[in-house]
Design a protein. Structure first.
Length: 371
């Protein structure tokens, strides 16, 4: 039996996980598969998680929103830092966290995004009573997944426990009892305890099952149909389709559904932007590319942003971002991809004259062909 816990929250994006595995993809591979592989390379884990374990996507934020304009964001950012540097109350910490999140998400203030990432400490579990699944589940080789979401409060206890994906009554009950028993050292922001959304996933997959890619894809389709509001189910399906059926219209639909449930998730935003840009839907691609751009070390997020910028006439921005994307590719990355990135940069430079104070440059031809 596998017991997997995954922490979810917008501030977790980009955190480096402990581990030693740095997988190098093989070609041919879709853009979505390659951007995912790059994320795994940048954030090595002990083992590459199978596609059915879903994604590290933050849930849609339903907390009271904070309105922040681009002009207001720097001052709000500085005030939040000042508050957190002192001895704030729990309410002041919550307000500072909300302000920082708004400055990052609504105003695209990179400093706020960086602060949230760098000053965040995830919750650490220190106690749980694992209620085992019935043995007949394994004898019958039942394929099932139970997903539970809850909030880890500042006291380190689960609350607002919610069953997102169910299986049988016995499996659901075992998972819910396990979750109720869990205790944590709470998450922190700049050293102050904060509450955070948390997800626990338990499945019945054993090493003897050895699921084929076709079985993983079929399971993802079944989960998404049965639990259409599950981020994990759509993440499973989108990952499987990126690997096996990137040209299928269902892949775009899976990305759209994942993006709707998790609007701030960089991977689905990037890949949806890529598909839209390739289809000439540049206005739709632009806001998605900005979200993906927050994964600043991922060369595929950068090249997506560059492609959108190029087609929108932001020539120098396209050159700059593609140049950055080229430098972000590891030496160990497939040669074909490194050459493709360089060709795109050369083409952008050819079509974009040097910046001049008189007027912005506008491309007058199609962007280079990319997979």
């Amino acid at each position: 039996m596998r017991f997997a816990t995954v922490v979810l929250g917008a501030v977790l994006l980009g955190l480096t996980a402990c581990g030693h595995s740095r997988p190098i993809p093989t070609l041919p591979a879709s853009h979505g598969q390659l951007s995912w592989a790059m994320d795994e390379y940048l954030n090595p884990r002990p083992h590459s998680p199978p596609v059915y374990m879903g994604v590290l996507a933050p849930r849609r934020n339903t907390d009271p929103s904070v309105s922040v304009t681009v002009e207001e964001a720097p001052a709000i950012f500085e005030e939040a830092k000042r508050v957190l540097a002192g001895k704030p109350t729990e309410e002041q910490v919550r307000q500072a966290q909300a302000d920082l999140g708004a400055a990052c998400v609504l105003a695209d203030l990179i400093q706020a995004c960086d602060f949230l990432r760098e000053e965040f400490g995830p919750p650490v579990g220190y106690w749980r009573v694992v209620h085992e699944f019935p043995h007949e589940v394994y004898r019958q080789k039942t394929l099932a997944m139970v997903v539970v979401e809850f909030i880890v409060g500042t006291n380190g206890r689960p609350r607002d426990i919610r069953l997102v994906e169910s299986a049988t009554d016995a499996l659901d009950e075992a998972t819910l009892k396990t979750v109720a028993s869990m205790r944590f050292h709470p998450a922190t922001l700049a050293g102050h305890p904060i509450q955070i959304h948390y997800t626990v996933k338990r499945d019945t997959v054993t090493s003897e099952m050895d699921l084929t890619p076709e079985q993983e894809l079929a399971w993802g389709m079944t989960r998404a149909k049965a639990f259409p509001d599950s981020v994990e189910a759509w993440g499973h399906l989108a990952r499987a389709m990126a690997r096996d059926r990137p040209e299928d219209p269902g892949y775009e639909e899976a990305l759209r559904r994942l993006n709707k449930l998790s609007p701030e998730y960089w991977w689905s935003a990037t890949e949806l932007a890529w598909l839209y840009a390739k289809a000439g839907r540049h206005e739709e691609a632009a806001p998605l590319a900005r979200i993906g751009r927050r994964a600043r070390d991922n060369a595929y997020a950068l090249e997506t942003s560059a492609l959108v910028a190029f087609h929108q006439g932001r020539c120098q921005e396209a050159v700059q971002e593609q140049q950055e994307a080229v430098t972000k590719l590891p030496e160990a990355w497939p040669r074909g991809e490194r050459e493709r990135f360089q060709r795109a940069l050369t083409e952008y430079q050819r079509q974009c004259p040097p910046a001049s104070p008189e007027a912005p440059s506008t491309p007058h031809a199609e962007a280079p062909t990319v997979p």
